[in-house]
Design a protein around this ligand. Structure first.
Ligand SMILES: Cc1cc2nc3c(=O)[nH]c(=O)nc-3n(C[C@H](O)[C@H](O)[C@H](O)COP(=O)(O)OP(=O)(O)OC[C@H]3O[C@@H](n4cnc5c(N)ncnc54)[C@H](O)[C@@H]3O)c2cc1C
Length: 415
């Protein structure tokens, strides 16, 4: 007999989930609790010990998305997105930043598996597998703002400002990217650029594979974030950065080609990491209210406390149910998959923040003390409001997906 969390999981998925759960319970959570100062170290490379990444690697949860033939963890393609969801949730239950770091490897590997030329896969996948400190990054956002790309107004005005021009056998890239997960310490980057200025965004955006160390590529800074601090978010500059012609992954149709392979699983993974934070907040709070005494009784015996706990549990179940539906829709590529993914990401971001607010309040003063670790969950949850699109833009995206003929055609000439 399974509970709702296990509903529909294969034997293989349950085994992977249990291995990830043991890793989090035995290593990640104790490490984070005992080393709460570590996320505030201001040399980004020193924050997360490599040992944790090596352990993640040993249990096979670092290289999800890398094809099995290159040494990646085998996944059933029919249930791959659900697998991503359950493992992302478990890792984020231990630490959101660690989950951010690892899921970029899954997401970008999945994209490369589907759109990179074979010889580049043969070159890069073994390198990713060989090094537990090998990170991947996906560079879309620019200083001028990301929302125009999420909305997909599809006008020349909303196109990327980073540009790439083919000169002989090389693409020359110029521009700047910001707010990129793993941007500070990745070894390999997927970079989006405008290759047909003056043409609609969806018909003139290309993507490129840019290895760290390519002349003309530099990392300008590590962004010091409010939450998810073990993932080093970065800003990159491209100044006459030259990559071989074959490093163009998708010429002019990069936005359409990333949609099913990156963006949809990406939103499911965001919602799942978010859920993991909420589960951690609930577990910690449920424990606290059954041990901490006020008014001569443990907190849970006070009805207003019990009511808050019920609210937390209900929100978590609602997020999980929507996430399960959206994961299944994505795996089965149903017509409603796109807006279900957006709904799951949006709903999780708002509901889990409320779950974490209850956790902070039920812990009283302890809830805001750094060494107690509850405020960290609130900070981590805050990040999700604007990852992979802001709350407002995601709402817009949902309606645009449901009513493409009437919603979302506001920008550009009147139709
Ligand atoms: C932790 C973290 C990790 C990230 N990782 C990555 C990554 O790996 N790769 C990557 O490319 N990006 C990444 N991002 C960037 C992220 O996708 C963007 O921050 C997000 O999409 C919002 O874009 P923006 O910050 O440019 O805000 P803007 O687009 O400048 O938006 C600012 C405000 O304007 C509102 N707004 C904008 N346009 C409209 C409109 N038409 N109508 C109404 N309101 C509007 C928005 O809702 C928002 O409130 C990351 C961000 C964070 C915080």
């Amino acid at each position: 007999m399974y509970d709702i969390n296990d509903y529909g999981l294969t034997e293989e998925q349950r085994m992977m989930r249990d291995a990830a759960r043991a890793f989090v319970n035995d290593f990640v959570t104790p490490f984070i609790r005992q080393n709460w100062q570590r996320e505030w170290i201001m040399t980004p490379e020193d924050r997360l010990p490599r040992k944790i990444l090596e352990m993640a690697d040993q249990i096979g949860i670092r290289t999800l998305g890398v094809p099995e033939e290159f040494g990646g963890t085998p996944l059933d393609p029919k249930t791959q997105v659900r697998t991503f969801a359950i493992i992302a949730e478990e890792i984020a239950r231990g630490d959101s930043g660690l989950a951010d770091k690892l899921v970029q490897v899954w997401k970008v590997s999945t994209l490369l598996k589907n759109i990179a030329p074979r010889h580049l896969q043969e070159y890069w996948f073994p390198k990713i597998v060989a090094d537990p400190g090998f990170f991947l990054a996906h560079c879309s956002t620019e200083p001028r703002g990301a929302s125009d790309r999420w909305l997909g107004y599809d006008t020349p005005e909303t196109a990327f400002q980073t540009k790439a021009v083919l000169k002989g056998d090389e693409w020359v890239i110029n521009g700047r990217k910001q707010f990129v997960s793993n941007g500070y310490d990745a070894s390999l980057y997927v970079v989006y650029a405008n290759t047909r200025p003056g043409i609609k965004m969806r018909e003139g955006t290309s993507s490129f594979l840019v290895p760290r160390g390519t002349p003309g590529f530099s990392v300008a800074r590590c962004n010091e974030t409010l939450g998810g601090r073990f993932m080093n978010n970065g800003e990159m500059v491209f100044e006459d950065c030259r990559v071989p012609r074959d490093h163009c992954l998708a010429e002019n149709d990069a936005l359409a080609r990333r949609s099913g392979h990156y963006s949809r699983p990406g939103r499911i993974i965001q919602a799942s990491k978010n859920l993991g934070i909420g589960i951690a907040a609930f577990e910690r709070t449920a424990d606290y209210v059954q041990n901490y005494v006020q008014g001569g009784r443990i907190l849970i015996k006070h009805q207003v406390v019990a009511s808050r706990l019920a609210d937390m549990a209900t929100k978590l179940s609602a997020v999980r149910a929507l996430l399960q539906a959206a994961s299944r829709a994505t795996d089965e590529d149903t017509p409603d998959a796109d807006h279900l993914c957006s709904m799951a990401k949006l709903f999780a971001s708002e509901e889990i923040l409320k779950v974490c607010q209850h956790a902070v309040e039920l812990h009283g003063g302890n809830g805001t003390m750094l060494d107690f670790g509850i405020e960290k969950l609130y900070r981590d949850a805050t990040m999700f409001l604007h990852m992979d699109g802001t709350v407002d833009i995601t709402r817009f995206k949902i309606i645009k997906s449901m009513f493409p003929e009437t919603a979302g055609v506001y920008a550009g000439p009147e139709k």
